[in-house]
Design a protein around this ligand. Structure first.
Ligand code: SAM
Length: 218
């Protein structure tokens, strides 16, 4: 496992190349296709301070996110200029604004009760933050905490793992099917070669990088 301190150090040292400066294009494109009812709850695992959190809430949905870094969560609320209440529960620091509830702590400490109202999981850079030894437990834990009727929008990366250590790690499509097909009907919506759009990955040694978007229906 990439240890927790490593992630906290990345935040403390502002080494957050994974953070996108705009709302994710696949989220914008595909979220409406799930036809969620107004007020439905969307879960963002390992949410960082993604702009996606605020955008999902602006679409009229409730958001639950989980994130290890207190710094990331506080930066999110500050950058979005959102007021929040903060208190500690037994397992998490809870940051609550009108439509957004961010839980500061470990994804693996979440229980089904925490996500009882979840209708959709939006996984961007969460599964691919797990190394190959932890991915099965991540997916098993995900399936044990989300309601059986939840769907998922999942974005993953694929590259030659020999060219870079990660994170992000390469997650071959067959792993997505292996871990999730017992719970979901999975459709690969699109796969794009993105190495030309992301020169920094060439600089660290990658010769090819593919981004795939999966729709997982319960
Ligand atoms: C690659 S970043 C992705 C962040 C976000 N999804 C985004 O799109 O910007 C992974 C995030 O997961 C957090 N993280 C790593 N392991 C975690 C865990 N076990 N529980 C909660 N958060 C975790 C890290 O602090 C980091 O912010």
């Amino acid at each position: 496992m990439v240890d927790k301190q490593n992630w906290l150090d990345r935040w403390n040292q502002n080494r957050i190349g994974f953070h996108e400066s705009a709302v994710n294009r696949y989220l914008r494109q595909y979220l409406p296709e799930f036809g969620l009812a107004s007020g439905a709850c969307v879960f963002l695992p390992l949410c960082g301070k993604a702009l996606d959190i605020a955008w999902v809430a602006q679409q009229g949905y409730e958001v639950i996110g989980v994130e290890l870094s207190q710094l990331a969560i506080e930066a999110f609320f500050e950058e979005q200029q959102l007021d929040f209440e903060h208190y500690d529960s037994d397992r998490f620091g809870v940051y609550q604004s009108e439509r957004i509830r961010l839980l500061q702590g470990d994804f693996f400490d979440l229980s089904a009760a925490d996500l009882a109202s979840c209708k959709l999981v939006y996984d961007r850079a969460a599964l691919i933050a797990m190394d190959h030894r932890d991915r099965r437990s991540y997916c098993d834990h995900m399936l044990s905490i989300i309601p059986a009727a939840s769907d998922m929008l999942l974005i993953s990366f694929e590259y030659d793992q020999a060219q870079m250590l990660g994170p992000p790690f390469s997650v071959p499509a067959d792993e997505v099917y292996r871990y999730y097909s017992k719970a979901f009907s999975i459709n690969l919506l699109e796969t794009n070669d993105i190495i030309d759009e992301r020169p920094r990955w060439r600089d660290v040694g990658l010769t090819a990088l593919r981004e795939s978007v999966f729709r997982c229906d319960s």
